[in-house]
Design a protein around this ligand. Structure first.
Ligand code: ARG
Length: 565
């Protein structure tokens, strides 16, 4: 039982208010002397036409006290002191029964959510910025799935547009097949840059490129073959990263997928009288919404990014009948999504209100070594490999005799990087510094993973000692034990808040709190050396419960645990 819910239920029964409304009002007091939960009665004063302190007093008498030590009133507040031993027993047993499912629910059952994430551009580097969308999207996928939502992860690849005409022209002239095999993106980047240099000298190349793209749109065999080749080699490189991070998509329907679906959208816009001409282009006027027009067809008749996003949203609604349609894309595209969603609304699609742009900030480097020459980007793969190498080094120093060091280093190194990307409010820029993110004592991935490994090691030792289990939960009375249990009990709440705000960082902050509370408990309460066997067993159960919560929370972030490190 979630205790906040339990208390909300008691209040709801005593007041005949709605339990959800009550739950939103319940607070966690800043000091334990003020109780474990508090209910402010100020907002009820209007409803009941009574002074808040009077309401509090009446409620204090009326409320069902089962599972509570006492209910106190202080001014307009009602403070609840839960019965620690029944609380601890309930929570710990619930966690140990539900194990990997603890924190999960089925509130999303029957609802489908499409999540457009990662979505890199073909033939362009998968750089450090792409991990934002990839990590946030992957985490939202897991977080939403944990509550029963059916998620569809869509990699909306940037695999269409006039740049492919240029790439094809460049490919036919300058590609080095061997280099393309070895380092596809670097080679594609090289010929793309070369195209621009050559086109400065010989502008007719631009026309050739335009013709190639036109042919590609029309399905001409040669262009389609080269385009497919460029796409295949790029995807090979991207998939290496997805494999490394263990990330999967349900659909790779990228921009090219909508090539044959855009005419219908343009027709529909015309029929609905939404298209107007502006400097030769066909646009949807958004003056009324204080936005620049949404361009649908350029002066040369070519469709653009926004046209494809309109087609994609309509396709997703038809195919998946989504409850929410989420786009995890940088905040620099905020205007684009506002224009697309507004256009959909103007087309008469009320479900446009269920389209959500989940934006994020930039990645910046404090590390001088990682900032490369101007104009260059840092490839994500290099960053990930560096993280793994540094984790390996740290393990060599701390625990040289550890088995399967490489596997542990991989989980710790990747975990440290992902954790950093998911640690702060997503709209804030990320300041990346390897020394900080691998610090075992900071608020880092390794710190949380280490807390887990520590807990696992206690459990292993207890088992080796052949420890008989007969926990006496009534003995878990210290503030450290109670604080830890309380935090463990609020896992589901943290997940629900993360969903409400599309914010995995709420789960990240939560797991940091769990690890901190666990370490405090571990440092102040003897476990294996505890003399009282009932208390010792109860503490071991609390340790075990903590391992499940840490493991489950990290899993929602896309981070694995290690039993030893
Ligand atoms: N390929 C785009 C980019 O790299 C992101 C695509 C996001 N998804 C979308 N449906 N527009 O900027």
């Amino acid at each position: 039982m979630n205790y906040k819910l339990l208390i909300a239920d008691k209040i709801a029964k005593a007041t005949e208010l709605n339990i959800d409304d009550v739950q939103k009002l319940i607070e966690i007091p800043p000091k334990p002397e003020m109780g474990d939960f508090a209910f402010p009665c100020f907002q009820l004063a209007k409803v009941f036409r009574k002074a808040p302190n009077l309401i509090a007093q009446e409620l204090a008498e009326k409320i069902d006290k089962e599972g509570l030590d006492k209910v106190e009133t202080v001014g307009g507040y009602l403070n609840f002191f839960v019965n620690k031993s029944s609380f601890s027993k309930n929570i710990i047993e619930k966690i140990l029964t539900e194990k990997e499912n603890y924190g999960h629910s089925n509130i999303g059952e029957g609802k489908t959510i499409t999540i457009d994430f990662s979505s890199p551009n073909i033939a362009k580097p998968f750089h450090v910025g792409h991990l934002c969308s990839t990590a946030i999207g992957n985490s939202l996928y897991k977080i939403l799935s944990s509550q029963g939502y059916k998620c569809i992860g869509i990699n909306h690849l940037g695999d269409w547009g006039t740049q492919f005409g240029k790439l094809i022209a460049a490919y036919k002239r300058w590609v080095d097949e061997e280099a393309l095999e070895k380092e596809p993106i670097k080679e594609l980047l090289r010929i793309y840059v070369k195209f621009h240099e050559e086109a400065e000298k010989d502008p007719s190349l631009e026309d050739i490129a335009r013709q190639h793209f036109k042919n590609l749109e029309d399905g001409n065999e040669e262009e389609v073959r080269l385009w497919q080749k460029i796409k295949d080699v790029s995807l090979m490189e991207f998939n290496r990263i997805y494999d490394m991070l263990n990330i999967k998509f349900d659909s790779y329907a990228g921009e090219s997928f909508y090539n044959d679906k855009m005419d219908a959208v343009v027709e529909e816009l015309k029929e609905k009288n939404l298209l107007v001409e502006s400097k030769g282009a066909q646009v949807v006027n958004l003056d009324e919404y204080n936005m620049p027009p949404c361009i649908i067809l350029k002066a040369d008749g070519a469709s653009i990014y926004a046209t494809r996003d309109l087609a994609a949203a309509i396709y997703r609604k038809k195919t998946y009948d989504f409850y929410k349609n989420i786009y995890v894309v940088g905040m620099d595209q905020s205007l684009h999504f506002k224009q697309v969603f507004t256009t959909l609304k103007l087309m008469g699609y009320d479900w446009a209100d269920n389209c959500v742009h989940v934006g994020f900030g930039l990645v910046k480097f404090a590390d001088k070594k990682l900032s490369t020459r101007k104009g260059d980007v840092i490839f994500l793969e290099d960053l990930l490999n560096e993280g793994i190498a540094r984790a390996k080094q740290a393990i060599e120093e701390k625990n040289p005799s550890l088995e399967n060091k490489d596997e542990v280093a991989k989980k710790v190194g990747l975990g440290a990087v992902i954790f950093t990307y998911l640690k702060n409010n997503r709209e804030r820029d990320i300041i990346f510094n390897f020394d900080d993110i691998l610090n075992f004592d900071g608020e880092t991935g390794p710190y949380v993973q280490y807390s887990y490994a520590r807990a696992k090691s206690i459990l292993r030792r207890a088992q080796e000692e052949g420890f008989a289990v007969n926990p006496d939960y009534s003995k878990l009375t210290s503030s450290e034990e109670f604080e830890l249990t309380k935090i463990l009990s609020s896992f589901n709440e943290a997940i629900l808040l993360a969903i409400e705000k599309y914010e995995p960082s709420i789960v990240t902050r939560y797991v940091i709190d769990v690890a901190k509370a666990f370490n405090k408990f571990y440092n102040l309460c003897p476990i294996l050396s505890c003399e009282d066997s009932g208390l010792k067993a109860a503490r071991l159960k609390l340790v075990e419960a903590s391992t499940y919560v840490i493991k489950n929370a990290l899993a929602l972030l896309g981070i694995e645990v290690v039993d030893k490190m």
